[in-house]
Write a protein that binds this ligand. Sequence first.
Ligand SMILES: *Cc1c(COP(=O)(O)O)cnc(C)c1O
Length: 366
Amino acid sequence: MSAIGMLDLRAEYAELRAEIDQAVLRVLASGHFVLGPEGSALEAELAAMTGAAHAVAVASGTDALHLALRAAGIGPGDDVVVPAFTFIATAEAVTYTGARPIFADIDAASFNATAATLEAALTPATRAVIVVHLYGQCAEMPAIAALCASRGIILIEDCAQAIGADYDGRAAGAWGAFGCFSFYPTKNLGAYGDAGLVTVRDPGDAERVRMLRHHGSRQTYQHEIVGYNSRLDELQAAILRVKLPQLARFNEARRRAAARYRAGLDGSGVVLPAEHGHGLHVYHQFTIRSARRDALRAALGESGIASAVYYPLPVHRQPAYAASVGALELPASDAAAASVLSLPIHPYLREADVDRVCAVLRDAKP
Ligand SMILES: *Cc1c(COP(=O)(O)O)cnc(C)c1O
């Protein structure tokens, strides 16, 4: 039996090859490689898709977070609340600015921070909150937006895993002052290299992100502030523009696979991921929970089926942060790290593959 991987980027390229090759050749022939018409068009398309007022393409999702924080004026002396159960980049971006990440716990069922867990983490110096839409489902945005508004706190969304998701019809990236997207190759909309984008509500903030990505410059060799080199290249933008019209179909295929996992794993003893019913879950990951996680993972591996643990350590327990954080107890984050298991999910996963994964999980001996 053939192996089942976490994703299949080669199948995607095989399907879109004619269009992608054409887009790449178009850029190569244009002689225009950084900050050009492809990037501008991608920005307009992402703004239209999310309903955000502005979009600024940058070099990665990590840079999207960093430049959003910088554009918001976050720096030394400020605290920024982030969920502990996320990819480390969410916290790193805060550290880059000189501000301090403050770790909030999550809700065990949704894997996301809630208004209550974020509020419990607020400090007098908290100036911003980064909410993460983990695994492809939006956090409870009305309550979180209301909390931030009532405290005068800047709301930033980490949408790296949630492009195409929404809460009550409002897209991920359209709730906060900034929405930070990653187009890392494994994300639901992936480039063929690193790439990212910031959606922005305020025109002044958007202008600041534009300057920050380009050495603090609006006009050639006029540098108003000290910035960075974080521009999106035209090849990645052109490739992303081929894939963007396919995103809804890709996300729908992920949702179909998720529904099949649900049916196939019903009654198997593993905890299935909860949908809150307030909008589209785009299943960047299909993540089950089980006290027997490691045994299940081993059984899958023996059958040639990939699986992954996102994340085995919450960020506050990572060596990079543990010493500075001290004795902080975030029980739901710890419990998630000890029990989560993400199963293969991608637009090219076959029904028979889902069934095979379910059969192995059902048969795994306790
Ligand atoms: C992937 C990811 C990032 C970082 O994006 P890069 O493009 O890899 O820099 C940030 N936050 C979350 C939640 C992610 O999944």
